[in-house]
Design a protein around this ligand. Structure first.
Ligand code: ZN
Length: 267
């Protein structure tokens, strides 16, 4: 009888440990190897390049000033030293020439895509930097691979990263990535990371809030994917400002006139 008692205790202990481990795995561990984030991003980028009708990339050779401008934003964010995997990931920006789409996204491994629609919609450089910081954070914090593993399973993702996926699989995963929905917690994390990144630059660190405020005020159009997730834009604006205050960010630059000039180049 004594032994049964002991056995029960051991089993209970295992169950308890098991639960904790599982909880930890779900929250913190990404089973997709970090070394493959860049390879996956490369595959996704190849897939996007192969579909110029769906993803018309603005020609870098013919739009040097715009690319110089947007690459400058990425560089100033990376220079803060606050972006995880800043050396391992690609951090390359491509502009998608689609004036009707208010969106931006970043693949695993740091391939950043910004739609001309978003650039034209915003009013200042800090707003664009804020949105880019947010998207970069999803890649740096590896929300993207975690979320995609949940959706497609580890094996499919590894196959895609190693170039073994079928073309229909690749197409499906790219499609999902462009409209990837993150959890509320991941969105809040990316918002806060954006403030922390911009806090180390000359920009107004709450830049991303400007975008949400504008969307709220205008009440126009369909909000982009990264807005349609929780929390509500109103709470996000509040959180972003609170974070900038907490971090005592001093940057003030909005660079509205330079931004207006870049927008004119896109017309
Ligand atoms: Zn997001």
């Amino acid at each position: 009888m004594k032994n049964i008692g002991l056995l029960t205790a051991i089993v209970s202990l295992f169950i308890l440990l098991g639960c904790n481990t599982m909880k930890k795995a779900g929250q913190n561990i990404n089973l997709f190897p970090v070394s493959q984030d860049v390879e996956l991003g490369q595959q996704v980028s190849d897939e996007i390049n192969s579909k110029p009708k769906e993803y018309p990339i603005l020609n870098p050779a013919k739009n040097k000033e715009v690319y110089k401008f947007i690459n400058g934003i990425t560089r100033s964010i990376l220079k803060t030293g606050k972006v995880k995997h800043s050396n391992e990931f690609k951090w390359e920006v491509k502009i998608i020439d689609d004036p009707k789409t208010l969106n931006a996204f970043c693949t695993p491994g740091g391939y950043i895509y910004v739609y001309t629609g978003l650039i034209k919609y915003l009013d200042s450089e800090d707003e664009l930097a804020g949105v880019m910081g947010h998207e970069m954070a999803h890649a740096a914090l590896r929300h993207s691979t975690r979320q995609m593993t949940n959706m497609y399973g580890l094996q499919a993702l590894v196959q895609l990263a190693t170039g073994e996926a079928s073309s229909s699989q690749s197409a499906q995963i790219v499609q999902a990535l462009v409209g990837l929905k993150f959890s509320r917690k991941n969105e809040t994390e990316a918002d806060e990371a954006s403030v922390s990144y911009l806090c180390g630059t000359k920009y107004n660190a709450a830049g991303a809030a400007g975008f949400f405020e504008k969307i709220q005020k205008s009440g126009q159009g369909t909000p982009p994917q990264f807005l349609s997730t929780h929390p509500s834009p109103k709470n996000r604006v509040k959180n972003i400002h609170a974070k900038a205050k907490e971090l005592k960010c001093r940057g003030k630059s909005k660079n509205e006139s330079r931004y207006a000039k870049i927008k004119r180049l896109l017309k």
